[in-house]
Design a protein around this ligand. Structure first.
Ligand code: NDP
Length: 246
């Protein structure tokens, strides 16, 4: 199994892409720290499903935009599992609107969760990875961070920021055997995209492969980036978008 005896901390693992990543990792032998912000029952269900693969899985409520709460959570996970090998910064939110009407609070909220949340988790896992002289960090960016998207200035800025964060952390930690990469999904079928006011046919028409992606497809890529098969890849941004942003 690709991730046997590894421990993965995955933020936003209660649903959508994070849930799919959690279950794909568990199937490959990883013990899980399932981080969620509000959906406790969903997070507990992910843990139960993961445990059916014979791994350990604990759920932790943590708002990743809170520096101290993120620190306490990383410490609690480290204490419970004895190590952290993989960090997946997947928690994310949208507060879409045109810049003209966008409230400052909506800009800040998106940056705080999507970008600062990842910084918090990386910062608190940093000493653990350095001490272990190993670690895999995977940040969920977006094609919006590569291309920009009208009506999503806050979200696109946060996702572009994650790319800068990824490359800087990759450079900073490469000498310690720690890899940091980003995934840039296009339209993936989750609750987040269910909010988009466009029907599925309109969406499919924009995508060269003519369909939305599945959370499990993103999870397969995350699994590759978490495993030893990607040990010589760092600072990379991999699109998984059906060709949308090529
Ligand atoms: P969902 O909206 O389905 O799930 C979001 C997850 O993030 C939930 O588990 C939620 O927890 C968690 N979360 C939200 N806010 C916080 C917070 N403050 N602290 C901790 N956890 C939080 O999103 P997706 O699965 O669609 O997206 C996952 C990631 O992939 C996001 O970063 C998103 O930007 C990115 N992405 C998604 C795309 C898509 O098409 N779906 C495309 C490109 C990128 P809870 O359930 O407890 O609320």
């Amino acid at each position: 199994m690709i991730l046997e005896n590894k421990t993965a901390l995955i933020t936003g693992a209660s649903r959508g892409i994070g849930r799919a990543i959690a279950l794909a990792f568990a199937k490959e032998g990883a013990n899980l720290a399932v981080i969620y912000s509000g959906a406790e029952q969903a997070a507990q269900e992910v843990c139960s499903q993961a445990k059916a693969f014979g791994v350990q899985a604990n759920a932790y409520r943590c708002d990743v935009s809170d520096f101290d709460a993120s620190k306490e959570t990383v410490q609690a996970v480290h204490k419970a599992f004895g190590r952290i090998d993989i960090l997946v910064n997947n928690a994310g939110i949208t507060r879409d609107g045109l810049v003209y009407t966008m409230k400052e609070a909506d800009f800040d909220a998106v940056l705080d969760v999507n970008l600062k949340g990842a910084f918090h988790m990386i910062k608190h896992c940093y000493p653990i990875f350095v001490k272990q002289r190993s670690g895999k960090i995977i940040n969920l960016s977006s094609v919006s961070g590569l291309m920009g998207n009208g009506g999503q200035a806050n979200y696109s800025a946060s996702k572009a920021g994650l790319i800068g964060l990824t490359k800087s952390v990759a450079r900073e930690l490469a000498g310690r055997g720690i890899c940091c990469n980003a995934i840039a999904p296009g339209f993936i079928d989750t609750e987040m995209t269910a909010k988009i006011s466009m029907d599925e046919n309109q969406l499919a028409a924009m995508i060269p492969l003519k369909r939305m992606g599945k959370p499990e497809e993103v999870a397969n890529l995350a699994l590759f980036l978490a495993g030893a098969g990607s040990d010589y890849i760092t600072g990379e941004v991999i699109r998984i978008d059906g060709g949308l942003a090529m």
